[in-house]
Design a binder for this molecule. Structure first.
Ligand code: ADP
Ligand code: MG
Length: 250
């Protein structure tokens, strides 16, 4: 039996009369990069939100490391090591890159940021060093004191990745990592994702860009209109006529 980290079982979710997820089943294997692709409106973001607890399925379950996480709050699921990055920019533009990477570590340690003065926390030497190592890992060490607002799109991705990785995820969910990017930034992001892939972390990538998916994924699940129409290796998926049809018809 494969070592499955995350199980999505018989999940349904409707918005009014619209079935966004229609009996979705998914098994994510440890150490693998699993892509979920599909045309716009297929239900990819809905599925991701059901995994991270931003929405609760109408029926069905999500199991992480053997425990049901269905209906848990997003922060509870995050504490178990399920970390999502991208889609909406979640960096702090007025802070330096280093401070940005320190925040997830401090937030975890402090439980909450609300009642603590930022400035003092940023002086924590151990956290600074940990954040600096992470910036080195993603190649941003020379810009550690720059304001995050001034970064290029590709470098913002790198920063967001550092903010995710510094949480030591057990499962990393990447939501459209190359959305809206130039070819140059897309290629840089693919390089970054390849580096992360080499660490053996378990990852789910939600992606629209086929080029990105086929160069990174071990397995691919194709969603169309809330239903899984195909699942397999990149080669299996590439040759599947249903996939062609969903993309061309969608
Ligand atoms: P994808 O990420 O694959 O583009 P989504 O999961 O965002 O697709 O959306 C799937 C379908 O559900 C779409 O038809 C979308 O309009 C609809 N939908 C998504 N979220 C909501 C919501 N909060 N309320 C109503 N409809 C929604
Ligand atoms: Mg989406």
């Amino acid at each position: 039996m494969a070592d499955v980290v995350l199980h999505v079982k018989d999940v349904f979710k409707s918005f009014g009369g619209l079935r966004a997820l229609n009996n979705v089943n998914l098994a994510i294997e440890r150490g693998k990069t699993h892509a979920i692709i599909g045309p716009n409106g297929a239900g990819k973001s809905t599925l991701l939100n059901a995994i991270i607890g931003r929405l609760v399925p109408d029926s069905g379950s999500v199991t992480f490391e053997g425990d049901s996480i269905t209906g848990l709050q997003p922060y509870e699921i995050n504490q178990k090591g399920v970390v999502r990055v991208f889609q909406t920019p979640e960096i702090f533009p007025d802070l330096s890159l280093l401070q940005n990477v320190m925040i997830p570590v401090l937030a975890k340690r402090e439980g909450s940021f609300r009642f603590n003065p930022f400035a003092r926390l940023f002086e924590d030497k151990a956290v600074r060093e940990e954040a600096m190592r992470m910036l080195e890992d993603v190649g941003l060490q020379d810009q550690s004191h720059r304001e995050a607002a001034n970064l290029s799109r590709g470098d913002k991705r790198r920063l967001e990745m550092a903010m995710g990785l510094v949480q030591r995820p057990r499962l990393l969910l990447l939501d459209e990592p190359t959305a809206g990017m130039s070819r140059h930034d897309t290629n840089r992001t693919i390089d970054l994702l390849q580096e992360v892939k080499a660490r053996g972390l378990t990852k789910v990538i939600i992606e629209h860009d086929m080029h990105v998916v086929f160069s990174l994924a071990d397995r691919i699940t194709v969603l169309a209109q809330g239903t899984i129409i195909c699942e397999g290796t990149p080669d299996e998926v590439r040759g599947n006529p249903k996939v062609q049809e969903a993309y061309l018809g969608g």
